[in-house]
Unconditional design. Sequence first.
Length: 484
Amino acid sequence: MQNLIEDLDILGSTVEHTEEVKTTQDSHKGNKRKLYIESYGCQMNFSDSEIVASILQGEGYDTTADITQADLVFLNTCSIREKAEQTVRFRLNHINGFKKKKPELIVGVLGCMAERLKTKLLEEEKIVDLVAGPDSYRDLPHLISKVDEGAKAVNTFLSKEETYADISPIRLNSNGVTAFISIMRGCDNMCAFCVVPFTRGRERSRNPHSIIKEAEDLFAKGYREVTLLGQNVDSYKWSQEENNKARLEKKEISSVVNFAGLLEMVALVHPDLRVRFSTSHPKDITNEVLHTMARHENICKNIHLPIQSGSSRVLELMNRGYSREWYLDRVKNIRQILGEDCGITSDMIAGFCTETEEDHRETLSIMDEVKYDYSFMFYYSERPGTLAAKKYPDDISLETKKRRLDEIIKKQSEISRFRYGQDTNKIHKVLIEGTSKRSEDFLQGRNTANKVVIFPKENKSKGEYVNVLVERSTQGTLFGKMVN
Ligand code: SAH
Ligand code: SF4
Ligand code: F3S
């Protein structure tokens, strides 16, 4: 899944998924107790923090952006690479300083690291009072009351049904224009390197009615873009039979909804509501989805299609379920159905178990063939309990992993410069997200391919669509001026 990149220099940042930290904004509902929440990892975690804030608001908690005002500090954590977990441990150490000054402060660890380590976290990090996995957030009020009574509290039960469909998220750190909608949870793929199936449990899809309602509500509040989130959106599947608890309303809905169907339903909410989605899996993305994208102008023309490795041999070891040839054929279909301007972005892992120089060169060469607009690039980090940790030795030296990663980053920079360059001297429809971070006199938004566009402010403001003639580009940003 793509992460939250808001700034301009996307490339070269190899640990974006773990380094990006978001904290809560203030919400003042006159409640007495204050929740401070920090989120790490992928968009799914950021989206979950909004559910947590909503559940706790019902229990008398307002959110605060000031940790010194907090009665409750939550870290919503990520386990995807070792470094992600180290960051959290470091942060807990820091929070210890606040707890010393305010012993009644409750410290909770939520999310993937909570799920992976369970009670071990309580043993290893003495400061932690509460551990809650991704499917146990409805239990938070009860867990907090246990801590209030002086006990430590843990719930890492993984559910086969929980989708939090009925909970209306409190939008944290919102620009008021773009929002995430979680459409499914968990993952049933078993990519050999990946910890997500263990931390997030079985895949389950959310009732489409609740998704449409959330999109409609967001539009009514002035939002103009939604991103549908799932670890593998192409396997979204909802049926009355599979989810007999969900009551169908009067609206016409076929009994089975697949991802293409859902995408179309969300696109029809309003032509001015842009729709994005992440992540697509190369083995599952269908032409039906591509044709649905082509039919609706408001479905953004950008596909995050992580390749991971360009070598079919390594892909097989990774258990990704596709080969280099299959992947290139999917890209051919994307280009045929959606054209050359459709953004294609990726994730790559350098130095997976047994990767040879030849395998590595195949990753570099597939990057040249596909010409990704941008990528998130990592070196392999072995995760306990995964297929790879059990079956293959982590046999590539750190030095080689880092060198290969550097080569991948350098290659991506060249390609991004080329791809962003291709956007110059063309007019782009841009949804304004706010003022540019670098200057109050400029606005910032994105084009359909998810590229950041900066242009002089004039009399426009966020949430509006404008046409921008792009005059200049870098490897991560387009610059231009508004035209009619
Ligand atoms: N569901 C998404 C991936 C979510 S994790 C998908 O299938 O694309 C985001 C990215 O982190 C992955 O695409 C992968 O590139 C990277 N990643 C996952 N596990 C990793 C590991 N053990 N070491 C290094 N990178 C990893
Ligand atoms: Fe991990 Fe693979 Fe699932 Fe993505 S599809 S979350 S990489 S197991
Ligand atoms: Fe996301 Fe990290 Fe969990 S990438 S699903 S928060 S392990």
